[in-house]
Design a protein around this ligand. Structure first.
Ligand code: BEZ
Ligand code: FE
Length: 310
């Protein structure tokens, strides 16, 4: 066979596509052919210079060097480019009424401590106002799900997660809660704050260079799972937050926004738990759709571990 003559940029694209067309795995072939097509088209459309190409290699190299079990710069890139939310949407189309999902983010850790009903995930946070988050886990018919697992995590009032805070040597602002017989849960915490995503690396440089801010609106993370139901990875957001319309990672959905109500006098659960006013309460019911396969409580954890993020 005659040696290929890559005389034009389109000749090169054609030859690369031909080479990948031999991939026997059909899904891999589809992904590689599409990736090459879009990647080459992008380079040609912007007429990428050699200097820009070297800069891109440097950015990816720095992202690799920065990433470990506590810091994941590639997830940050995916989140800030909006890719995480598109993947999430494609993979978790929910029927009406099911709780919507949103980004997982890079700060989940496995093995959060088990907490009782009303357990306090923020015992070391003395700055934030006490807050009670309550609600139920329900199926799509509105029936309570007993024994559902809620894996909860939140940034401290300082704006840092425990894994970012060298002054902490323990799991803080994390807990695993189970619903009672009526499907109810109660989490004691502090009111969440808005905080900037890590911006001391290439993602921060990209945000600055493109005139974007790094802030995420105040939120609390949940992965909710129950036997026979599809787990949901989501947040609840504070309706009073100034960054709801400009979340750095595009993760806000209207159905996840909650009002945090201020109380000047202790009543009900707050009185029982000895909470000193002023404090806040918010309420959110999670609605899970039935599992398509055999999803169990354990599956949700394994899914998280498979992502390699703690
Ligand atoms: C978070 O909410 O923890 C988060 C999500 C995406 C990027 C950075 C942080
Ligand atoms: Fe967060």
């Amino acid at each position: 066979m005659a040696a290929p003559r890559n005389t034009t940029d389109d000749d090169i694209t054609t030859e690369v596509l031909q080479r990948f067309a031999q991939t026997s795995d059909t899904r891999l072939r589809q992904i590689m052919l599409s990736l090459i097509g879009h990647l080459h088209a992008f380079v040609k459309e912007v007429e990428l210079t050699e200097a820009e190409w070297f800069q891109a290699i440097e950015i990816l190299t720095r992202a690799g060097h920065l990433s470990d079990d506590k810091r994941q710069e590639f997830i940050l890139f995916s989140d800030t480019l909006g890719v995480s939310m598109v993947v999430d949407l494609l993979n978790h189309r929910k029927p009406d009424g099911a709780t919507e999902s949103t980004v997982f983010g890079p700060f989940h850790r496995l093995n959060a401590p088990e907490m009782p009903y009303g357990g306090n995930i923020a015992p070391l946070d003395k700055q934030g106002p006490p807050t009670l988050v309550s609600g139920r886990v329900l199926d799509l018919g509105g029936r309570p799900i007993a024994g559902a697992l809620l894996d909860v995590w939140q940034a401290q009032t300082s704006g840092l997660y425990d894994s970012q805070d060298p002054s902490l040597h323990q799991m803080h602002m994390r807990g695993k809660f189970h619903t009672d017989a009526e499907g109810r849960y109660l989490v004691r915490t502090v009111r969440p704050v808005h905080y900037p995503i890590p911006s001391d690396g290439p993602v921060g440089a990209m945000l600055r260079a493109t005139g974007r801010h790094p802030w995420r609106p105040a939120h609390i993370h949940f992965v909710v799972s129950a036997e026979g139901h599809e787990p949901v990875t989501t947040h609840i957001f504070d309706s009073a937050d100034e960054y709801l319309a400009s979340d750095a990672v595009f993760a806000v959905k209207g159905s996840l926004i909650c009002d945090f109500t201020r109380h000047e006098m202790a009543e009900g659960e707050a009185r029982r738990l000895g909470i000193i006013p002023p404090y806040y309460t918010t309420h959110f019911d999670f609605r899970l759709k039935p599992a398509s396969g055999q999803t169990t409580v354990l599956d949700a954890q394994q899914r998280l571990a498979a992502l390699g993020v703690r």
